[in-house]
Write a protein that binds this ligand. Structure first.
Ligand SMILES: NC(=O)c1ccc[n+]([C@@H]2O[C@H](COP(=O)([O-])OP(=O)(O)OC[C@H]3O[C@@H](n4cnc5c(N)ncnc54)[C@H](O)[C@@H]3O)[C@@H](O)[C@H]2O)c1
Ligand SMILES: [Zn+2]
Length: 357
């Protein structure tokens, strides 16, 4: 077991992800800027912003807190503009820094504010949901939504550091925890068998052992960090992180987001597990079925694959008319396949239906 997990993200310049219980009240020495815009939401802010604000102030920093409503609607042009204008009015300059405290919504929004304010200022990520910890806070993708679609406007803007305090799980609802668990499990399939085993532990829960949680979160981040370091701008191997996401995006769009992301990904992972097994690639069916049992996703209420196929065709990641599938040859060895036939899709869908009905 790693004592104080720490992961390096080897992009240029590289940065560190610190995973430690209680780090929110100790991080000030790692922040060099004096003026800090602390951006949070109205659920996380009342719980943790003052902890962070006090630590930063005690270290002599000048902190202003900006709170936006929680939820996806805050990833909007209006909210983005309002924050930029407030920072301007409050006299922030290019030597200031943004600290993002919250889930993936805050990480993406505050990250994009930092990327844009005066053509880019420093940002530190303090993710508080499991999804933001293992996925959104690492890799430098920032952005907002427009009515035409999610995440269509944004920038690559790497943080200077990421601070993960597993103590914040104390307030994270179980269902939110499970959304992040899907990405963590995906990282296990992509590169780290030990994650797949750890997930079955009773400690894998918001109230679980802090050292255990720090360790598994750090392992999962390491998988993403290693992929990002090889392909910062998503030109190639970073697409492997989309394992399970092709069907998931179809489910999310078809259900108008009634099925949350992590739950859609859980269905998506079982689907690609069948596609792979049917081709004689990896057989991870039992492991993914056990994970599905743990997640207990929202029922789909859909027996026909056709509506999902229609939505998948409109996905922005669907390139040049070819549906690209990320499949596992083995645990730890993903590949991109472009010749999956309709018959293969229908067979995997039937197998998935048998499992969930
Ligand atoms: N940039 C990336 O690479 C990337 C990757 C994956 C997802 N995302 C984005 O992340 C967003 C989803 O992230 P999310 O699931 O964290 O959503 P979120 O930020 O909306 O958080 C979910 C809910 O949990 C609450 N919450 C967060 N931490 C809490 C805590 N410790 N205690 C109590 N409540 C807490 C939030 O206030 C919110 O109500 C989406 O917008 C998605 O596009 C970005
Ligand atoms: Zn995802």
């Amino acid at each position: 077991m790693i004592e104080v997990p720490e992961v390096s993200v080897a992009v240029s310049p590289s940065y560190k992800v610190y995973v430690e219980a209680g780090i929110l009240s100790k991080l000030a020495p790692s922040i060099s800027e004096k003026r800090i815009a602390l951006i949070t939401d109205d659920v996380v802010g009342p719980l943790y912003a003052s902890l962070l604000e006090n630590t930063l102030q005690e270290a002599g920093k000048d902190v202003a807190v900006y709170t936006v409503p929680n939820g996806e609607d805050s990833k909007s042009m209006a909210c983005f503009e309002s924050l930029l204008r407030k920072l301007m009015v409050d006299g922030f300059d290019r030597k200031s820094a943004v600290v993002a405290l919250g889930g993936g919504v805050i990480g993406d929004l505050a990250g994009y504010v930092a990327a844009s304010f005066m053509r880019g200022i420093a940002v530190y990520q303090c993710p508080t949901s499991l999804l933001a910890m293992v996925d959104a806070s690492v890799g430098g993708k920032t952005g907002i939504n427009i009515p035409e679609g999610k995440n269509l406007v944004g920038a690559f803007w790497q943080p200077k550091a990421v601070f993960i305090d597993v103590d914040v799980f104390a307030s994270l609802p179980e269902r939110q925890f499970k959304q992040g668990a899907a990405e963590l499990f995906k990282h296990g399939l992509l590169a780290d068998q030990s994650i797949l085993e750890s997930i079955n532990s009773k400690e894998f829960a918001p109230q679980g052992d802090r050292a255990f949680l720090s360790d598994i979160v750090a392992r999962s981040i390491k998988v993403k960090a290693d992929v990002v370091a090889q392909d910062e701008r998503e030109a190639g191997i970073r697409a492997h992180l989309n394992l399970g996401h092709t069907l998931a995006h179809g489910i999310e769009a078809w259900s108008d987001h009634r099925v949350p992301h992590g739950e859609a990904v859980t269905y998506g992972l079982l689907f690609v597990a069948y596609l792979a097994k049917n081709r004689g690639y990896a057989d991870v069916i039992e492991s993914v079925k056990a994970f599905l049992d743990y997640v207990q996703p929202e029922p789909l209420g859909l027996t026909d694959l056709a509506p999902l196929l229609a939505f998948m065709k409109r996905d922005k990641k669907h390139e040049g008319g070819t549906q690209r599938w990320v499949l596992l040859k083995e645990v730890g060895q993903a590949c991109i396949v472009e010749d999956v036939s309709l018959g293969e899709l229908e067979l995997a869908w039937q197998q998935l239906q048998n499992d969930i009905s």
